[in-house]
Write a new protein. Sequence first.
Length: 220
Amino acid sequence: MDVHHCVNLVPLFRQLSLSDQAKIDRLVKHREFNRGEQVITPSQDKKLVIVAKGLIKLYQLAPTGKEQLIRFIHPGEYEGEAELFDQVNSNVFGEATVETTICYLTQVDFQLVLKEHPDISIKIMNLMAQKLHRLEKQTSFLTMTKVEERLATFLNDLEITNSSNTIKLPMKLKELANFIGTTPETLSRKLTMFENQDVIIRNKTQIKIINQDKLEDLFM
DNA sequence: CCATTAATTGTCG
DNA sequence: CGACAATTAATGG
């Protein structure tokens, strides 16, 4: 019957009984976006956005007009709990990077859900706490002095989560540069620098770490 | 094939 | 290191 079934995509809702899921499902609205369209803007009504299909790039706009990548939202993930509780969407934007289908709950509908399901409220608080923790980590990450340190840390983390010394960069260099707080030019130079120092071997966005010790030396 | 976007390289402040 | 410009590579239609 329901084509999208966003409710089933979200771990948070999946723990509920089918009848409860159905209740929530009735409150959920759907929408599709083309590549490049704004899914989330600061001015729009507060809502909980769930990605059903596609990919959303979430970023903040600095006063200078430059954007700072926050994260990507993959299918099954969502954004907006915080905004649903407190006030302003502090200039956070979400842009569809491919054809994307979202499901969303408006603020009032979401509050209805919370009222009926206190256990969901608690879950969400836990998730928000986790989120804050990650945010703090990212902030200290960005204040690490040198770009090399940040890049080395990023590559090392990637190696760990991939459990392989051959890794594929999960995003465009332009976006990675933004993520670690530098420019594409500098990033490009650092990568070739690492390559010349025989720390890595690179082919496009495929990177092989050939000297783990040297890499670790860069940030330890 | 052309047009658009991304990546690289050079140079400067 | 970042900003800017120029060039080259990759991508997508």
